[in-house]
Design a protein around this ligand. Sequence first.
Ligand code: PYC
Length: 308
Amino acid sequence: MKVIDSHTEGEPTRLIIEGGPDLGSGPLSERLQRMMRDHDHVRTFAVNEPRGYDALVGALLCEPFDTSCAAGVIFFNNGGYLGMCGHGTIGTAVTLAHMGRIGPGTHRFETPVGVVSVELIDRNEVLIENLASYRTQKDVTVDVPGLGPVTGDVAYGGNWFFLVQQSPFPLEMGHINALTQAAQAVSDALAAHGITGTNGEPVDHIEFFGPPASPEGHSRNYVLCSGGAYDRSPCGTGTSAKLACLAADGKLPPGQDWVQESIIGSRFIARYRMEQDQVIPSIRGRAYVVGEATLLRDPRDPFADGLR
Ligand code: PYC
């Protein structure tokens, strides 16, 4: 399997460019179902140890079904599959530019949950326009063992998020273990209390917010991803969910920049436009290609498909 690795504002993406599974044709949502059912070992092979690590997000490059799209992408991580992935889309765009497959300008990428638009500003800077994002529940309070009552909003930005305004710990790397344990406890409490997205989908990403560390920032976040790793970037889909909440609360008008800092201090510049009462977020960030590799599978290896 041939892969190209990149990072987007610190968060890694591994794009599979050759040697992925044959998922047949049809919309990406159907091909995702086939991958989940018959080829999940490809996911664990590509992103789990010993070839990968917990923070790594995988992206399978596919032929798009929608012929107006430059590429199709299925995103996944150590825990399962992602609907959309903001940092992964930026990383994929920069990697496709590195390969000479796209040039500066606007392109469309197909994902299992819809089509996103991608503007390659230069070889490292990308602006994506995400799917419509929305809040479904405001000020939900859950009792979290070890933390007490925690209040947050449930919102969708391509994945489901629980957004907590008051982080239980300072948003600094010195508190990363406490933040991760607290976010995992919140995630478990949401599941235990049956708090879900629309159609019972799990709210499997948790965001804690606090004041920015830099004068240019509007907010800093910590994001727990569905596989249990924290996002090194400010999380594209999480920032989209944040914009949906700010718009619903009348705290950010359309077209105004929102600078979201991550826990490591990297940034996305976000804004939204309204289309038929829907919030359409755009996210700008930078990605860098860091490696090209061929991953090998030895059938005698007891962990040939990666550690599960
Ligand atoms: O940037 O949307 C994102 C994302 C989701 C999970 C990790 N990053």
